[in-house]
Design a protein around this ligand. Structure first.
Ligand code: ADP
Length: 450
């Protein structure tokens, strides 16, 4: 810290009232007082040195004594610890009143006494509250009347007695009191306005903080509920696997052993039951996979998107061959910082959907492209399939949301929900653009600086 900074922070610390709220009007009044002290100490030399010099030449020793005493008091107010701010301000005001009165008494018209009185009363309005502004008018009026009496009765050795008659003194000082009253009445209006603005702002900030707190509590609650729900989904689907496996295997046995002994209807019932058990198994497996996303911390690394797509394509080889799908991949796909197995899963789901939701008479053609800039990396999977109504492109990412019956297209409605959960876990986003009958494009966006 520089010398000036240390000097300022010492004064600031002494003039700080711990009970005053930061940024309130009282806080800024104290701040102004501390800044005034900090500047007045070095700057006072400009007024004091020539003043003391001339006073010495003229033999006006009381002026020298009062000036020096005022400087010592101001110095003490600034640096002595353990005095409360209000007392410091009062001492400061008294010392400046003493200087003004002394200058007025000994120098009269030639001295800056009256000027100091006016400046001091304005300064009082700034550093004290409203009542002190009125008091400053009373003090100035008292000083002017007192000097009026000195002039009238020719008391002491004041030069005022020679310079003024009572009438001229009354004319000059009534102007001083007039200016004093005007400033005492009007300047506080400005402060009242400021006070109102500050307290309104504080109210708003407090309300905002409350809202923020409420929001944070709700978010925490929501997070906890979500985790609870996911735990439930995970445990339920995990525990359902075993009994379902038994149901399936005994249904299989029933079908194998009693096929010839049962009538047509009974065989049909068994077939429906096996089909239902199969679908339930898919549902449970998908649900389990959905709740597994994010449950275990996967390893993140930088992988070319090309490699991720190649792995996904390899995993879907049978489906691709059976459907005669054509997969076209751009050469300049970006590199991604991701959990590899999870993003492979996303590509797998998207490519598999592109094949599943193909048009009857067409081979699926799937194009995978991408681009990147400083901020985002984008990859899209585009197909020539049946498409989606534009107003449905958001809801298909909700869990269990399907736009077709199981008879039209098999599925569980969990695949895209898994994709969204994975991508959001990577702080990315996924969306679809489509029109019915005109193919769909699924767009993944990741932040570049990951
Ligand atoms: P599932 O494929 O098991 O039905 P998804 O969550 O993967 O579940 O998809 C949800 C729904 O979104 C699908 O049922 C389908 O209606 C629609 N959809 C997804 N991908 C495509 C696509 N490529 N083209 C047309 N519709 C699609």
């Amino acid at each position: 810290m520089s010398v000036w900074q240390t000097y300022r922070s010492t004064i600031h610390r002494n003039c700080k009232d711990p009970e005053v709220r930061q940024n309130s009007l009282a806080y800024w009044r104290n701040h102004l007082f501390s800044a005034t002290l900090a500047f007045i100490i070095p700057l006072a030399l400009i007024a004091v040195v020539p003043g003391v010099f001339v006073a010495y030449q003229s033999g006006l020793i009381p002026i020298i004594i009062v000036d020096l005493a005022a400087i010592i008091i101001i110095f003490s107010i600034a640096f002595l610890p353990g005095i409360n701010v209000h007392t410091r301000k009062i001492l400061f005001t008294i010392s400046l009143y003493s200087v003004s009165v002394t200058l007025l008494y000994y120098l009269g018209l030639f001295g800056p006494g009256l000027l100091y009185l006016l400046a001091l009363s304005v300064f009082i309005i700034f550093i004290f509250d409203y009542h002190y502004a009125i008091a400053s008018v009373a003090v100035n009026a008292f000083i002017c009347i007192f000097f009026g009496l000195i002039i009238y009765f020719s008391w002491g050795e004041s030069v005022l007695v020679e310079q003024y008659t009572l009438n001229t003194w009354a004319a000059v000082t009534s102007n001083l009191i007039f200016l004093n009253i005007v400033s005492a009445l009007l300047i506080p209006k400005l402060f009242n306005g400021l006070q109102l603005a500050i307290s309104n702002q504080e109210k708003l900030t407090r309300r905002l903080e409350e809202k923020q707190e409420n929001l944070e509590t709700s978010m925490k609650l929501l997070k906890a509920k979500n985790e609870e729900l996911e735990d439930f989904a995970y445990t339920a689907s995990h525990d359902l696997k075993e009994p379902l496996r038994m149901v399936k295997s005994f249904l299989g046995l029933l079908e194998k052993k009693y096929k010839d002994k049962l009538d047509e209807k009974a065989n049909q019932y068994i077939h429906f039951a096996v089909d239902g058990a199969d679908r339930m198994q898919h549902l449970i497996e998908d649900l389990l996979e959905y709740s597994r996303v994010g449950r275990y911390s996967a390893k993140f690394s930088t992988v070319p998107a090309q490699k991720l797509v190649e792995t996904a394509v390899k995993n879907l080889q049978t489906q691709i061959e059976e459907s005669g799908a054509i997969i076209q991949t751009d050469e300049n796909l970006p590199e991604l910082y991701i959990a590899e197995s999870e993003i492979v899963r996303v590509f797998q789901n998207l490519i598999s959907n592109a094949i599943k939701f193909r048009k009857d008479a067409q081979n699926p053609v799937i194009t995978i492209g991408g681009e990147s800039n400083n901020r985002y990396q984008t990859i899209w999977v585009k197909d020539n399939g049946i498409g989606i109504k534009p107003d449905k492109t958001d809801e298909i990412f909700d869990i269990f949301k399907r736009l077709h019956s199981h008879e039209q297209y098999p599925g569980t409605g969990i695949g895209l929900a898994i994709c969204r959960k994975i991508v959001e876990r990577h702080q990315g986003s996924i969306r679809a653009e489509s029109e019915e009958g005109k193919g769909s494009t699924f767009i993944l966006t990741f932040r570049s600086n990951q």
